[in-house]
Design a protein around this ligand. Structure first.
Ligand code: PSU
Ligand code: MN
Length: 305
């Protein structure tokens, strides 16, 4: 599979010399946000990670390769091109073989990162168990990837477009540690807290780095999910955003949207319904995750000094 990897010289050098590296996904660019905010967000994430002393590695499928490290021009391509494939685990082989342009989800970004040797990954929100599970049986491949692939993911929890208690149950069943970074409850993406208690809270990146090292030394496979609340000043009114999310879920139901289209549809509808307010919050929580992931990667690199 290494034959399919295409690392930039910067990422390659960083990995060879043990410098901290942070992976970033591309579905959030191609399917998670509108243009041009998506490309601005992608560039700014890379800048924030550098500012913290780590190397950013945005991942996408381009020309039949898993490209690790994207130039500004590549980011522009991912942001602008119509019809980019949303590549989750089941789509991976086809995206490579067909040489189509593919945006990687949390699941496939983890796969690419693991292959390259990157241990940390920042995103906005992960996929999970969808609402109405009993009927639709929709569980994101992100959750199983977290269970088996050794990449540690910093996110802002998940949105209530998902069934949050079932998402947590699933992660527990699969043995995925879920850390609340400075929080006792699962951050609910647009808001800092939720009614769902987490069983593990850690208040410093050093403690998280030590836990990750212990997990590796124990030979436990899979990732750690670090849930990082949106900064206070950007968090939204819970009642307001919950209402908008419920409306979006109803719209998706009525329109009969299912499968891989459901998350992009819901994200787009929520942005429209909140007149862009949710997009502004989304962008800020991603920046905060990029920053914490970089700090964590630096803390981990320092363990071995
Ligand atoms: N949640 C967001 N923004 C996103 C996604 C989820 O707030 O962009 C994307 C991520 O790439 C995630 C994917 O991995 O959606 C999950 O899609 P699915 O449920 O089809 O697995
Ligand atoms: Mn799904």
């Amino acid at each position: 599979m290494k034959n399919y990897l295409d690392l930039t010289p910067e990422v390659k050098e960083a990995l060879e010399t043990g410098k901290p590296v942070v992976a970033l996904e591309s579905t959030i660019i191609s399917h998670g946000m509108p243009y041009p905010q998506n490309v601005e967000m992608a560039k700014e994430c890379q800048r924030i990670i550098r500012e913290q002393g780590a190397v950013p590695a945005t991942i996408a499928i381009m020309d039949g390769k898993i490209k690790v490290g994207l130039s500004d021009e590549d980011l522009e391509t991912m942001a602008k091109t119509q019809g980019v494939l949303k590549v989750s685990r089941r789509d991976f082989a086809y995206a490579i073989a067909s040489k189509k342009l593919g945006a990687t989800t949390v699941a496939t970004t983890m796969m690419g990162a693991a292959l390259a040797g990157i241990k940390f990954f920042a995103t906005g929100g992960i996929g999970g168990v969808h609402r109405g599970f009993n009927e639709v049986m929709d569980v994101s491949a992100d959750l199983d990837e977290l269970a088996k692939t050794n990449v540690n993911v910093v996110c802002a929890g998940a949105k209530s477009i998902l069934d949050l208690p079932r998402t947590l149950e699933y992660l527990e069943t699969k043995g995925v540690p879920v850390v609340g970074y400075g929080t006792d409850t699962l951050p609910q993406f647009f808001t800092r807290e939720s009614e769902y208690k987490l069983n593990l809270r850690l208040d410093s990146v050093e403690e998280i780095a030590e836990m990750i090292r212990a997990k590796e030394e124990l030979g436990l496979s899979g990732g750690v999910l670090i849930t990082n609340p949106i900064p206070e000043e950007y968090s939204m009114d819970k009642k307001y955003i919950d209402e908008k999310i419920n409306e979006a879920v109803e719209k998706a139901d009525e329109a009969g949207i299912v499968g891989k289209d459901i998350t992009p549809f819901l994200l787009k509808t929520i942005v429209e319904e909140t007149e862009g307010k949710s997009l502004a919050a989304n962008i800020q929580l991603v920046y905060n995750n990029a920053k914490v992931a970089a700090q964590l990667a630096v803390a981990y690199a320092n363990l071995n000094k």
